[in-house]
Design a protein. Structure first.
Length: 281
């Protein structure tokens, strides 16, 4: 049996983003923050630019969208609903998989309670592992437990970080989030975080003591900060593997092009630019 080796950046995701941003600007790129795109503009059956939510219009010759397939499609005001946006046999539907994740920081005194040589534990309490949107808010019968501080090269901290990730039901969380009683959403997050800790306790040791900080996010959190419909972490089930759309100057990159995860998204962007863009500029 082979050994599964997992890696993570020595710093944080922000360190990676800062590095990419510096490289992008060194190449002469410009970037606008807090400028959501409200509409993709077309002219003579081709993409001609974008309009931001503040009304600014930016013209362009080519667009690479990482917004996602259904999300990109929605940015066209006059696109025929019957048109197959990517030429796929099925519609460009949003994905269904999303997650509930809790991050805990424990006091240094709790370090010896947890595995010191494990970085990630994948678990299932059932003999048959189910990988789909659960019927209830969170499926705590399976999940991923991560110990970020146990990776080699990580600096010593005066706290111990543990993360627990579980499959979650977007519809359940959206209904509670939209409820007129706003306290219900926070109470529901607290409830499922407690249930998650109970399961973690059975696997890695007591997780109810010495907590100095905790926070949780839901599928609604993912949707809010990424604009991905239904908080679909892995995007649409339909993948535009070649990145092409019905417009010959608009391409899809990222999760909905086919690659998953942070590294996958980076590789997708590089691949789509190399394959479609460089020979047109």
């Amino acid at each position: 049996m082979g050994t599964l080796r997992l890696f993570r950046p020595k710093g944080t995701i922000k360190d990676i983003l800062d590095l990419l941003l510096r490289q992008y600007r060194d190449f002469g790129g410009e970037i606008e923050f807090s400028s959501p795109v409200a509409e993709i503009l077309t002219k003579n059956n081709t993409v001609s630019g974008v309009r931001t939510k503040n009304g600014e219009e930016i013209g362009c010759d080519l667009i690479v969208s990482t917004a996602g397939l259904p999300e990109t499609r929605k940015l066209f005001a006059a696109l025929d609903p019957a048109a197959k946006f990517t030429g796929l046999t099925d519609d460009d539907s949003p994905g269904c998989l999303s997650f509930f994740e809790s991050i805990y920081l424990f006091a240094e005194s709790a370090r010896q309670r947890f595995p010191l040589k494990r970085t990630i534990i994948f678990y299932s309490l059932h003999e048959t592992f189910t990988y789909h949107r659960p019927d209830e808010a969170v499926d705590i019968n399976s999940g991923v437990i991560c110990f970020p501080d146990n990776f080699q090269g990580k600096p010593n901290r005066d706290t111990v970080q543990v993360r627990a990730t579980h499959l979650a039901n977007y519809d359940h969380w959206r209904i509670i989030y939209n409820h007129e009683n706003k306290a219900l959403y926070q109470a529901e997050k607290k409830l499922w975080a407690e249930r998650s800790r109970k399961v973690l306790g059975k696997i890695v040791g007591n997780c109810d003591e010495n907590i100095v900080y905790e926070d949780s996010f839901t599928p609604v959190t993912i949707e809010r900060f990424t604009s991905r419909a239904q908080g679909a972490v892995y995007g649409s089930p339909q993948k535009a593997k070649d990145g092409r759309t019905i417009f010959d100057n608009l391409y899809i990159a990222g999760t909905d092009q086919g690659y998953l995860g942070i590294v996958g998204a980076l590789l997708s962007g590089v691949t789509m630019v190399n394959q479609h863009i460089l020979n047109k500029i």
